[in-house]
Design a protein around this ligand. Structure first.
Ligand code: ATP
Ligand code: MG
Length: 561
């Protein structure tokens, strides 16, 4: 499937490193490239994760290797099974598969505990009892080393205390287990980092079995090594943690070589936020309708909005992989979607702000059908039937009682216009209610212009308009979206991202009129509503007989590459 969606990953610096490793042989000799994608199940995946997925799975794919999916669930605080399922669904939807290599980091808790005991036995870890305040105070600074009066605690005592920490004898925060590395290190991550803490909290996978939990920096290299990962690809914030990653891998006796950690830049996108904590806040405070709100940068939100896996993969591919942090324009993501949908979406007609038009010279009670092309880019997609009769719905903005300069659409005495796929018409008048609002447009059609071209070949000066037959039209609700934030950098500096929300990010149109054929639309279908943009059914709210469409993206592309 991956190959179908795009050509795969272009060479990048990660591949240069891997090529080097392979060329040098050593611990990588004869080994298959083995990566992992390690989400923490504390929220839904977002478009930033799609980049990591692309890098992890894509790199394995490129080298004919394998990629594990691992729930990095060592911190029970916000983790939940709901997220585990959603993460799997999203990765599959993006087109990647981990085969039978699905793991929970928490399945290794017993092993991690043993390795921690091993470190204590080797004199490389000790139980510390600094209070959080003392921790800060003893931390030192660039010129002053850190301190801990507990550093020389006898091994036997640390072993005993660590066992009792596990047994649940102590409250949260009373003790920690620290790796004994270097209190004077210029890298603060190496100043005897905490590797275990007490947390009396139920874990989604291990239940109440544990009340001590390993810290990420201790757990991650062990997870990687146990799974035989050769290249542990992560984002740049872990660069300063690499010495600790290497230290752990070297000092615990896992019967496997050291995995190599390589860091790449996170993906940022303007007009949105990308941290799960902030996305969660939007959900919990009801600022959006849920994790899958179509304005969210989550994979499920983008899917509901109408994004396709191919568009997201193309976006990831074309952004490239580097060490340089950058913020990509949201417009580029939209551009990638437009490219895909322009090629693949079925064309249909929908009138979003309808006004009735009566073809006064078309016989009452008559109707006919036209075959209209589904997709000019893909003739193989065939045609569909649309019905035509005396009363039609057209777009209110395609009519003006009085024309403005250069207006080429409907007004009394105005130019002839084409009704897409049907006939040439011209506006001959209109009706208003007692308040002067236009209630109906009157037009005449040229019976000798079936299909849209007049028999005498005369030039049609007006626009080509979309329309829907009033006799068969279906009602629909249509949701138009704009950026969730009105500020391009909602979480930059000391801004409160909640203050940057765009009050006009959702516009709901009711009473829209769509072609009768859309009654059979499936959630996975993508449509181009002629002249309006690309749309799909709303997977949550659309029901047979009460259709709801989301605009995935407008037609106009303002993005400049
Ligand atoms: P967040 O800050 O959004 O919660 P996270 O890094 O804590 O993100 P994890 O579940 O730990 O989320 O991430 C799983 C993997 O996805 C990690 O390897 C992480 O580096 C990567 N990742 C997360 N966000 C991005 C991003 N914006 N761009 C690229 N990779 C990302
Ligand atoms: Mg994380």
């Amino acid at each position: 499937m991956a190959e179908e969606l795009n050509a795969g990953m272009a060479q990048n610096f990660i591949h240069d490193f891997i090529d080097e490793d392979i060329a040098q042989g050593g611990q990588y000799a004869g080994k298959q490239v083995h990566t992992r994608f390690p989400p923490e199940p504390n929220g839904y995946l977002h478009i930033g994760h799609a980049k990591a997925i692309f890098v992890d799975f894509g790199t394995a794919e490129k080298y004919g290797g394998i990629c594990n999916l691992r729930m990095d669930d060592t911190n029970p605080t916000k983790e939940d099974e709901e997220f585990v399922d959603a993460i799997q669904e999203d990765i599959h939807w993006l087109g990647y598969d981990w085969g039978d290599r699905f793991f929970y980091a928490s399945d290794y808790f017993e092993k991690m505990y043993e390795y921690a005991v091993e470190l204590i036995q080797k004199g490389l870890a000790y139980v510390c009892e600094l209070t959080p305040e003392e921790f800060k105070e003893y931390r030192g600074d660039v010129v002053t080393p850190a301190r801990s009066p507990w550093r020389d605690r006898p091994i036997a005592e640390s072993l005993d205390l660590f066992a009792r920490m596990r047994a649940g004898e102590f409250p949260n925060g009373k003790y920690t287990l620290r790796a004994k590395i270097d209190l004077a290190s210029g890298n603060f991550n190496m100043r005897d980092p905490v590797i275990y803490r007490i947390n009396h909290m139920r874990h989604h996978n291990t239940g109440d079995k544990w009340c001590i939990y390993p810290m990420y920096d201790f757990a991650h290299p062990i997870e990687d090594a146990l799974e035989g990962i050769t290249h542990s690809l992560c984002t740049l914030e872990f660069e300063d943690h690499r010495p600790l990653y290497d230290w752990v891998a070297e000092n615990v006796s896992i019967p496997y070589h050291k995995p190599r950690q390589i860091e790449f830049a996170r993906l940022g996108i303007n007009y949105t936020v990308m941290s799960k904590r902030k996305l969660r806040q939007l959900v919990e405070e009801g600022r959006v309708s849920g994790w899958d709100d179509p304005r969210m940068p989550t994979i499920c939100g983008l899917r509901r909005r109408g994004y396709t896996p191919a568009a997201i993969r193309a976006f990831s591919e074309r952004n490239g992989v580097s060490k340089a942090a950058s913020t990509v324009e949201f417009g580029f993501l939209e551009h990638c979607l437009r490219e895909d949908l322009n090629e693949n979406a079925r064309r249909v007609m929908a009138v979003l702000r309808p006004i009735k038009m009566v073809i006064t010279n078309y016989p009452v009670g008559q109707s006919e059908t036209f075959q209209v092309e589904n997709n000019p880019n893909r003739p193989g997609d065939g045609t569909r039937e649309v019905t035509f009769s005396r009363e039609l719905w057209v777009e209110a903005e395609d009519f003006l009682p009085e024309p403005v300069p250069k207006y080429k659409r409907l007004y009394p005495g105005g130019p002839e216009c084409r009704l897409k796929g049907a006939y040439v018409i011209k506006c001959v008048g209109y009706e208003t209610d007692e308040n002067g609002n236009v209630t109906e447009i009157k037009a005449e059609y040229d019976p000798d212009s079936k299909g849209g071209d007049p028999a005498d070949g005369r030039k049609i000066k007006g626009a080509t308009l979309h329309w829907v037959d009033a006799a068969t039209a279906l009602d629909a609700e249509v949701r138009l979206y704009d950026n969730l934030f009105s500020d391009p950098e909602p979480d930059a500096g000391d801004k409160n991202f909640l203050d940057c929300l765009n009050p006009n990010s959702l516009e709901v149109l009711v009473g829209c009129k769509v072609e009768a054929g859309l009654a059979d639309a499936a959630v996975s279908d993508r449509f181009q509503f002629m002249r309006q943009g690309y749309f799909c059914l709303d997977s949550r709210d659309s029901k047979p007989g009460a259709l709801v469409f989301n605009r995935a993206v407008s037609l106009k592309d303002s993005f400049k590459a």
